[in-house]
Each structure stands twice: as structure tokens, then as C-alpha cells.
Design a protein around this ligand. Structure first.
Ligand code: SF4
Length: 307
């Protein structure tokens, strides 16, 4: 009998390359999530972290990455996965229990028919998301209390945070994003977003690599929020024309300079006096745009400044 034929070289190389890329992707997800957890002190020893799993790519990724990080964490903490079955038509109620059981992670499925409430209260054709998410939030807070969870982990990522920042600016008139860690609006829970530094494209790719059993998110039949869609399109276009722009915006949210904004509650503009001390980060308000000055121009500027 002939020996089995070897895979043609290009296919073997392609497989190797895919494995290498998947490995890099996993390392990046673990590194960025670990970094966010550490920088915001999201998880402490003895925490019981309730991970909200909707069946979408982001929450599957969150659970998977947290379980991996826990294996190598120097502290011990518990993870419990929670899914809210909102009784949307066609919701495959068996998918998550089967997945979570196979994963060996403790879980709780909360069944609450918010779908009927939302469809009854909201007129046909109007977006239902706002009421739906408010109801969901309240239920998840209650479940967190019942389960004794000390942290509630959500799967929002870098791109959600940047989009929310612009939505609040454009439609709410506020410089306000989606914080990586906050106290819930009922004041009783700490909510964390460990994927705050992770880009959505990485989570989409990770979901493919890991073959997560994705549950479609449009079962309710609601239209995606149009304003959010628009902002997402705007960001995608910016990033296409200027690669890395979304990452720059995300980083800028971690480096806020209140003295160069206009909020009198954040900076004491009224009591501001000259210090007599030069400050390289001081006002550049007369410059056209905040850009770096070429070395050759520095002498000219010194001369003009009278140095
Ligand atoms: S898409 Fe549907 S399930 Fe999701 S928040 Fe909107 S109404 Fe609720």
C-alpha cells in the first residue's frame, strides 16, 4: 500500500501561518485584557465575577479570556457566567447551557420575558433597544445580588467605548465615554469592562478561530440604533483613510488634560494666575494646529520668544 500523500506545501504553509496568527491573536487578547484589569484594578482576590454572556462574539470572547487569565493569575477569584433569556422568538435556549456545561464553568440562566413587555410598550417600527437594555440591566443587577457577585463583567470593547464617546458628544453634548470600571446606577455593584483595550476586529476573528456557537443578535427584530450605526461608519471610514486613528482616539481617552478643555468644574480657570515658570505643555493656542515642530524651526522660535 502506498504511503499517504503529504499535504501540498502551500496548504501546509497556510495552515502553519493560520496557527501562528491565531496564537498571536490569543496572546494579544490576553495581554490587553490583563493590562486593563491591572490598570483599573478590576479584579481583586476573592472576587466573584459575574460574566454576562449574551451569545454574541464579544461576551464569548470575554468569558474565554477571563478563564484563561484566571489560570495564570497570582490571585484567586471565582467566575460565574450568566445569560438572560429574554424570550425573543427563535432564541435557541439550549445553545448556551450546552456550551457552558462543556466548558465546565458554573453558570446561571435567568429567564425573563422582557420581549413581550418591550413589544407591548414600544410602538411598531420604533427602536426597542433603549427600554430593552434598561430592563436587562435591572434584571442583571438583581441576579448579581442573588448570586453574591462582587463584580459584573461586560463584553464591551475598545470600539464600543470610542463610538459611545462620539455618540455622547454628538447627541448628548458631553465629553463622556463608557468607563472600563464604574459603580452601577443603583449604586450597589461594580461593573467592569475587561475588553476595554481590545479592538472589535480581534474579537470577531477570535470567535471564528474558537468556533463559538454564536447566537444571532437580531432575533428581536429591532433595528440597530441608527445613530450608533452612523458613528460606527464614520469611525470605520476614518480608520480606513488614516489607519490607527481609532486606536489614537482610544488612547487619548486615557490622557485627558482638563486645563486644555473648558469645564470650569474640572479646572480652576477662575483662580488661574501666572506662575512665572515655563511649562512645555502650556498654551499653544496661537499655533495653527497642535503638531510637532521640526528641529530646524526651534532656533527661530527661541529667537522670536526672545530666549
Ligand atoms: S437589539 Fe433587541 S435584544 Fe438587543 S437591545 Fe435591542 S431590542 Fe434588546
Amino acid at each position: 500500500m502506498n504511503a499517504p500523500a503529504e499535504l501540498p506545501a502551500p496548504t501546509a504553509r497556510a495552515t502553519q501561518k493560520a496557527a501562528h496568527e491565531a496564537n498571536k491573536l490569543e496572546k494579544r487578547l490576553l495581554r490587553l485584557t490583563g493590562q486593563a484589569i491591572a490598570e483599573y484594578n478590576m479584579i481583586e482576590a476573592g472576587d466573584r465575577v459575574m460574566v454576562c454572556v449574551s451569545g454574541g462574539k464579544d461576551s464569548y470572547g470575554l468569558l474565554d479570556v477571563l478563564l484563561r487569565l484566571r489560570e495564570r493569575a497570582p490571585i484567586s477569584f471565582d467566575i460565574i457566567a450568566v445569560n438572560l433569556d429574554q424570550k425573543q422568538p427563535g432564541f435557541p435556549a439550549d445553545v448556551l447551557p450546552a456550551y457552558l456545561t462543556a466548558l465546565g464553568v458554573p453558570f446561571h440562566i435567568e429567564t425573563q420575558d422582557t420581549y413581550s413587555i418591550v413589544t407591548r410598550v414600544i410602538a411598531e417600527g420604533k427602536t426597542m433597544c433603549s427600554l430593552c437594555s434598561r430592563l436587562r440591566r435591572g434584571i442583571l443587577y438583581r441576579v448579581a445580588s442573588e448570586l453574591g457577585a462582587t463584580k459584573i463583567a461586560l463584553g464591551h470593547h475598545r470600539d464600543d467605548i470610542v463610538a459611545t464617546f462620539f455618540l455622547n458628544m454628538f447627541h448628548g453634548g458631553k465629553l463622556k465615554g463608557m468607563p472600563p470600571k464604574l459603580v452601577s446606577d443603583d449604586g450597589r455593584h461594580v461593573v467592569i469592562r475587561p475588553l476595554a483595550y481590545v479592538k472589535e476586529a480581534d474579537l470577531a476573528r477570535y470567535a471564528q478561530v474558537k468556533r463559538f456557537p454564536i447566537i444571532p443578535c437580531n432575533l428581536c427584530g429591532s433595528q440597530d440604533n441608527l445613530q450608533r450605526q452612523e458613528v460606527r461608519k464614520m469611525l470605520a471610514e476614518w480608520d480606513r483613510r488614516h489607519p490607527g486613528r481609532v486606536q489614537t482616539i482610544s488612547s487619548s481617552l486615557t490622557r485627558v488634560v482638563p486645563s486644555h478643555l473648558m469645564d470650569t468644574t474640572l479646572f480652576g480657570f477662575r483662580g488661574l494666575v501666572a506662575t512665572g515658570v515655563a511649562d512645555a505643555d502650556g498654551d499653544i493656542g496661537f499655533d495653527e494646529t497642535p503638531c510637532s515642530v521640526p528641529e530646524s524651526a526651534v532656533e527661530v522660535i527661541r529667537f522670536a520668544d526672545g530666549d
